[in-house]
Design a protein around this ligand. Structure first.
Ligand code: PMP
Length: 396
């Protein structure tokens, strides 16, 4: 009796892994989690205080479907300050997480049989969200040898009259790639020429460790801005994953369609969390810089350690908090009952033998990689890398 729509959904590969991890932890085994997709920092106190204030001020009612006007104004200020972009309140929607903004955007623009191009490896939810609209995800593989940079020429080959959007994510989960302005511009010009949208998921924008700035797609030109729906939120930048506040900016008609859909499906996002998010956007620069400095230290350390392990090849990610080493070298190797033939085998092996939890790249359409999140303490990263190195040496 379950709908075809849901039956056709591919269940999350990571869920099965989480189950195994939970089981080991329950037995008292100390598993170090490198499978985590959220900052290990606490939400800053000034933001928490604002949520408390919201409760006592009675800001506990529904808000407009697209979110509190004050927060939407703050989002406009953010885009002006960060990228010199002009948006009005009607061009902004606040949702229950960036994830909901993404679903809204896809529901607003994709008709059955429309195509949405997604460069891979990618966050797997994109594909399931596209399928839910009745549209088709067209997957285009990016090249590992250049750190999974955006290859626009390759994407261009997949543009058809049915292309409704290209969905990009920079800084990227899972690859850590940060797209170059000239590549995003080239893609933007294609969107203008062929009349499709770019959905630009910039949720990790604050976590870039090189000299590069986040290339905000909409800021490249007014024509490209007209074709771009930018997705962002407070989850990753301000360690607020559980608060469930995301937002999107874009063409007024698309944002209106997204609000109409959101109005019927959730009414409005959580009101105290919206109120606290104003504070997050306004007064958290110091926190962001501290968090970024710490992530950068861990990133450098983990990449160095991984590349010293025999058989591991790992490019240096520029953003987000993930590294994705290639583990092909180990295919066919064995230890005890374990034979490594794919990244899932490697995840199982590392969990059992070294008690570290990593995620199979297959969950992100990276068939020969594992994703390691460095959202964990330096101490745990050191211990985890020691354990991993030891376990890999045993594979013969
Ligand atoms: N986009 C990407 C690429 C993500 O990795 C995530 C979180 N894992 C999200 C969007 C969703 O963020 P939110 O918590 O705001 O829904």
């Amino acid at each position: 009796m379950i709908s075809k729509r849901i039956q056709e959904m591919v269940p999350s590969v990571t869920l099965a892994q989480s189950e195994k991890i939970a089981f080991l932890k329950k037995q008292g085994i100390d598993v170090i989690g490198f499978n985590i997709g959220e900052p290990d920092f606490n939400t800053p106190m000034n933001i928490i205080k604002k949520a408390e204030e919201a409760y006592s001020l009675g800001l506990t009612k529904y808000t407009p479907a697209a979110g509190m006007i004050d927060l939407r104004e703050e989002v406009c200020r953010k885009f002006k300050k960060d990228y010199n972009l002009d948006y009005s309140v009607r061009d902004v929607i606040v949702s229950s997480g960036a994830k909901q903004s993404l679903t809204n955007a896809l529901m607003a623009i994709v008709d059955p049989d429309d195509e949405v191009i997604v460069p891979t490896p990618c966050w797997i939810s994109y594909i399931e969200m596209i399928k839910l609209t009745g549209g088709k995800a067209v997957l285009v593989e990016m090249d590992e040898s250049n750190g999974f940079d955006l290859d626009v020429d390759k994407i261009a080959k997949h543009i058809t009259p049915k292309t409704k959007a290209v969905l990009i994510n920079s800084p990227n989960n899972p690859t850590g790639a940060v797209y170059k302005k000239q590549d995003v511009e080239k893609l933007g010009n294609l969107a203008v020429k062929h009349n499709f949208y770019i959905i630009s998921d910039e949720i990790y924008e604050k976590l870039i460790y090189t000299e590069e700035q986040n290339c905000c797609t909409a800021s490249i030109s007014p024509e490209i801005k007209e074709k771009t729906i930018t997705i962002n939120g407070v989850s990753k930048s301000y360690a607020m994953t559980g608060w469930r506040i995301g937002f999107a900016v874009g063409p007024t008609d698309v944002i209106k369609a997204m609000s109409d859909y959101q109005g019927h499906t959730t009414t409005s996002p959580n009101s105290p969390a919206q109120y606290a998010s104003i504070e997050a956007l306004r007064n958290s620069e110091e926190f962001v810089q501290e968090m970024k400095k710490e992530f950068d230290k861990r990133r450098k350390y983990i990449v160095e350690r991984l590349n010293k392990m025999e058989g591991i090849k790992c490019y240096e990610p520029k953003g987000a908090f993930y590294v994705m080493p290639n583990i092909k070298y180990f295919y066919g190797r064995k230890y005890k009952d374990f034979i490594i033939n794919n990244p899932m085998d490697m995840c199982d092996y590392l969990l059992e033998e070294s008690r570290i939890a990593v995620v199979t790249g297959a969950a992100f359409l990276a068939p020969h990689n594992i994703r390691i999140s460095y959202s964990n303490s330096m101490e745990n990263i050191k211990t985890g890398m020691d354990r991993m190195e030891e376990a890999l040496k045993k594979l013969k």
